[in-house]
Write a protein that binds this ligand. Structure first.
Ligand SMILES: [Zn+2]
Length: 287
C-alpha cells in the first residue's frame, strides 16, 4: 500500500484536473474584454480572477476585496446605481467626441460605480486618500489629485492641453474657472453613495457657471446647454482618460472624472486596435 497510494493520489489529481474547467475557455468574451480593459487601465489592481464551471467570475483586488463580475441579479436603473456589479459599471458605452443628441433617460455612462472598487483604487478613507494625493496645478489654481494608477499625471497632461486652449481663446476661461477639486469626502447629493470627489479623482470646473441637473426643472431641453460647453475642452480631458458629466442624462456639466477604463472601452468600440493587458495569468479555477 505504501507504494500504491501515491499512484492513486496522482490518478485522483489527474481526474480532478481533467474535470476542472479551463478558466480561459469558460470566461465569456464580454467578461474577458471588460476584465482585460480594467487590467489595462489599472495595472496591478486585480490580483486574481476566479472562474467557476458556469463561467461566473469573481475578481480579487490588491486590497483583498472580492467582487463578482456579474452578480446575476436583474436590477432597475436605480438599483443598478445603488448596487452595481462590474458588468453594470461598464455596460453603458461612453460616447467620445462632441454631443450630437440628447441622451436617453437613464443613459449616464460612468455614473454607475462599484464603490469597493474605488476604495481599492484610491484609498479606504479620507486620510488614506489624502496620503495618496499630490498637488497639481490647474490653470493658475492648485488642487490635490490622487496619484494612484496615473490619475494625477493624466490630470496634469489634460491641464497642459487646456492651458494651450485657453491661451489661444481666453473666452474659454469662464467655462473652466474657478475649478473645485481635492479630497471632498462626501456622498452624492440625494444618495448614500460616495462621490468620486471623495477620492480626489475628479474636478468640477466653474461650478457656479455650469448647471447641474438637480437644479433645473425636469423636461428642460438641455441639448443647447450641453453643446455650448467647449467641445475642445471636453476632448482635452477625454484624451487623457477623463469622462464628462455633460454627456449624462442626469447631466453634470461641471464634472470631469478619471475613468480610463470607460475611455478605453469607447476607443475599442469605435474600432481602434489597442493592446490590452493579458489576463491569462490572473485566471484561477474557483473552488
Ligand atoms: Zn463633480
Amino acid at each position: 500500500m505504501s507504494i500504491r497510494l501515491p499512484r492513486i493520489l496522482c490518478l485522483c489529481a489527474l481526474l480532478v484536473s481533467l474535470a476542472a474547467p479551463a478558466p480561459a475557455q469558460t470566461l465569456a468574451p464580454g467578461a474577458r474584454r471588460d476584465l482585460a480593459v480594467l487590467a489595462t487601465a489599472y495595472p496591478g489592481l486585480m490580483t486574481a480572477i476566479e472562474v467557476n464551471a458556469a463561467g461566473q467570475a469573481v475578481v480579487i483586488l490588491a486590497d483583498g476585496t472580492r467582487l463578482p463580475y456579474d452578480d446575476g441579479r436583474s436590477k432597475s436603473p436605480e438599483e443598478r446605481l445603488n448596487a452595481p456589479d462590474i458588468k453594470d459599471m461598464l455596460a453603458q458605452p461612453y460616447p467620445l467626441g462632441p454631443v450630437t443628441a440628447e441622451p436617453a433617460l437613464g443613459f449616464s455612462p460612468g455614473r454607475c460605480r462599484v464603490e469597493p472598487f474605488f476604495l481599492a483604487l484610491y484609498g479606504h478613507d479620507k486620510a488614506a486618500v489624502t496620503a495618496n494625493c499630490r498637488p497639481v496645478s490647474f490653470l493658475g489654481q492648485t488642487m490635490a489629485f490622487n496619484t494612484r494608477f496615473g490619475a494625477a499625471d493624466a490630470f496634469g497632461r489634460a491641464e497642459k492641453s487646456l492651458a494651450r486652449l485657453v491661451a489661444a481663446d481666453p473666452s474659454l476661461r469662464r467655462y473652466l474657472l474657478p475649478a473645485s477639486g481635492g479630497v471632498v469626502w462626501r456622498v452624492i447629493a440625494g444618495t448614500h453613495r460616495l462621490s468620486v470627489h471623495s477620492f480626489a479623482a475628479a474636478v468640477d470646473v466653474s461650478p457656479k457657471g455650469n448647471p447641474y441637473w438637480r437644479n433645473l426643472p425636469r423636461g428642460t431641453n438641455l441639448l443647447p446647454t450641453r453643446q455650448a460647453f467647449p467641445a475642445a475642452a471636453v476632448a482635452a480631458f477625454e484624451a487623457e482618460g477623463f469622462i464628462w458629466g455633460g454627456k449624462w442624462s442626469e447631466f453634470d456639466l461641471m464634472h470631469f472624472e478619471y475613468r480610463p477604463e470607460l475611455v478605453l472601452l469607447a476607443r475599442l468600440g469605435r474600432g481602434e486596435n489597442l493592446p490590452l493587458a493579458d489576463i491569462g495569468g490572473l485566471l484561477r479555477v474557483a473552488r
